[in-house]
Design a protein around this ligand. Sequence first.
Ligand code: AMP
Ligand code: MG
Length: 502
Amino acid sequence: MTAIPDYPVGTNSAVPGLESSFADDLSGLSVPWQGTEVPEPELLVLNEDLAVSLGLDVAALRSDDGVAVLAGAAVPAGAKPVAMAYAGHQFGGYAPLLGDGRALLLGELVGGDGRRADLHLKGSGPTPFSRGGDGFAVVGPMLREYLVSEAMHALGIPTTRALSVVATGRQVLRDGVEPGAVLARVAASHLRVGTFEFAVRRGEIVRSLADYAIARHYPELLDLPETGETNRYLAFFAAVVEAQASLVAKWMLVGFVHGVMNTDNTTISGETIDYGPCAFLDRLDPAAVFSSIDHGGRYAFGNQPAVLKWNLARLAETLLTLIDPEPNVAIAAVTAVLDSFDERYDGHFVSGVAAKLGFADATVDRALIDRLLTLTAEHGADWTGIFRALADELRGNGDPLDGFVPREQIGPWLDRWRAALAEHGRGEQEAAEAMDRVNPLYIPRNHQVDAALKAATGGNLGPFETLLEVVTHPFGRRDEWAEFASPAPRSFTDSFRTFCGT
Ligand code: AMP
Ligand code: MG
C-alpha cells in the first residue's frame, strides 16, 4: 500500500479544531491515512460527559456527520489523520515494525487550559501497518475497552478514555462472523515505549521525539540542559519510571491484570492503554492469568511490576545516546534510575494499601501489610470485597469478613491492625468511612462483563448500559446493585479466558 499523498479537504464540521502536532513535528513516525467507508454506522454508546469536557458538541457528534467521523468514514475538516508507526517487544521478542494496523490518530484536541489530547480510532480499517490483519474490530471487544477504561477512570487510575463505539454494519470474520465496530478513544497521547524503539533505529528523530514527549507530558523538564549530569533526557526517563511505577501500583491495588504488557502497550504518559485481554481478579492470586495467549504467565498478575520494569529498560536503551555520548556513563546513569523502580513501586503500593486499611498516612508497618496479603491469598479471598468487609468489621459487623477468612486465622492480624489504627490516632468509625471512599464495591466482574458483551453482540445493549452505570460509580452502595458486588462463581473463573487483538 502507498501513502495517500494529500489530506482530503473535508467539509465535515462535527469535530472542529483538530491539530496535528505529532504528524507535523515528527516526520517519519506516521503515515497520512484515513478510515475505510462504513456500510451502516450506528452509534452504540457516546460518552457525553467526556465529550463536553473536551469542548465537543454532543448534538453534532450524534448527527450523521458526527457518527461518520466517529466511525472513521469521514475526515473532519482541517484534520490530518495518520497511522502511527511503532515497534515493540511482544512477549519479550522484538518486532521492529508494528504500528497502527487498525487504528488512526484523527488529531489532537487542545482544551482551554492548553492540555492536548489525542482523538484516536480503533477498528477503522486497514493501514500500511496491518500486516496480516484485516484492520477491523468488533462490537464485543470495543465495548469491553469502553467499559473497562471508564471503570478504571472512575477508580482514579490514569487511563485512556472511551468517547464512543459505533457499530459499522460490516461483518467481520473472527471465530465466526461478528458485527464490526469502531472505538473512539482519547489519550494524553499515544506515545509508547514502542514509539521510541521505532525512532531510535531512525537516528536523530529520537531526540525530536524525546523533546516532543517532554513538552507534552513533562514540560517542567524543558528548562533542564540537554547535556550534563542533570540533563533533561535522564530526567525524562526518571519521570516515566515514576509515572509507570505509580500506575502499576494502582493496578495491583484494584486487582487489574492488563494481560498484554508489551512495550507497544506501555505509554510514556503513564496512562493505561489497550484493553485487550485484560481482566479483574476475584481471588487474590499472584499467578492469575486470563489471556488465552499468555501461555507462560509472563503477564500474570503478580509479575506486572517486574514486567513494567523490564519494559522501562527497553525505553532506557533508546535514550542512551541522548543521555551521554559515552556509553558507559549513559548506562550507569539509566541503571541508577531503573534501580529506583522497586522502591518507587513499593512506596506507591504500600501507601495505597495503607489507605485501603484506613490509615491517614503511609507510615504503616510493612509486616502488617504482608501478613494481610498472605492471609488473603492463602484463603483465596476476594481482593475487592475483603477491604469493604474489613471496614464493616470496624463498624461491628463481622459477618462479611467471616465469609472470606476464618476468624481464628485472621483474629491476631485484626488485633494488630486495630492497635496500629489506635497508635495512628485514627478512630475506627473514621477509618471505616475513609476505607469506603477508596475501596470499590463495584468493579467490572468478569462474568458480568462477559454476559453484557454477549448480549450487546446479539443486539441487546441493556445489560451493558446497566453495567457501565454500575462500574462508573464504584464506591457508593446501592441496594439494587447487590449482584454486582459479588465475585464470579468459581466454575466460571476456572474456565474464563480473554482474547487479544480481537
Ligand atoms: P494489540 O495487541 O492490540 O496492542 O496490537 C498489536 C499490534 O497488532 C498492533 O500493531 C495492532 O495495530 C495490530 N493489530 C491487532 N489487531 C489487528 C487487526 N485486526 N488488523 C490489523 N492489525 C491489527
Ligand atoms: Mg497495542
